[in-house]
Design a protein around this ligand. Sequence first.
Ligand code: GTP
Ligand code: MG
Length: 199
Amino acid sequence: MDIPIITSAELTVSVHRRGQLPPAQLPEVAFLGRSNVGKSSLINTLLARKKLVRTSSRPGCTQALNFFLINGQWYFVDLPGYGYAKVSRETKARWGELILGYLEKRPNLTALVFLQDPRRLPGAEELFLWEKFMSWGRRVIPVLTKADKVKRGERGKRLKEIAAALAPFQVTPDQFLWFSAATGEGREELWRRLLECLG
Ligand code: GTP
Ligand code: MG
């Protein structure tokens, strides 16, 4: 499989309200997960752009649904993270309404890349979201991020525990992909899976 050559990647719109969503005309992939899990960094790595998407060591960095137009062909949508105690009540409410509504109803959303830190177990938020995604029939690509932080010898155990917690949602260990923005591990495999969805 060849990773596509990225000729253009630009932030076209930051959505804070439903009315700002761009027309649902191109295949779209959304990247979601807990605050600080590495969503924005993963997008930069996929696109081989160091600073296209703003990242930060402080959680709560991404505050809007940021639509990146890739090669004029697809949208990659970087979502604000959830689960960070210090975000405003307004941001939390937005997760409930704007983001969940988007994830449920967006007709051209062809896949969700769901990031999980392999050093922790899925929490209440993850279980809630997996349940929703299954009931909506969404295609989900589960990704274990910051793979560089987990020793090879520990990976099997981590993966088994996480997959076991998600077994009620028909998630099996073989679906997970290890990814590292620091080393580039998993980049090719993630592109392969994305291209299956993007056509
Ligand atoms: P929010 O926008 O706040 O929801 O966070 P995010 O999920 O977009 O995380 P972001 O990409 O901003 O990364 C958070 C922190 O984790 C930054 O300090 C990154 O440098 C670091 N980080 C992201 N990916 C990796 C990785 O694969 N390995 C390591 N070691 N650090 C990473
Ligand atoms: Mg972010």
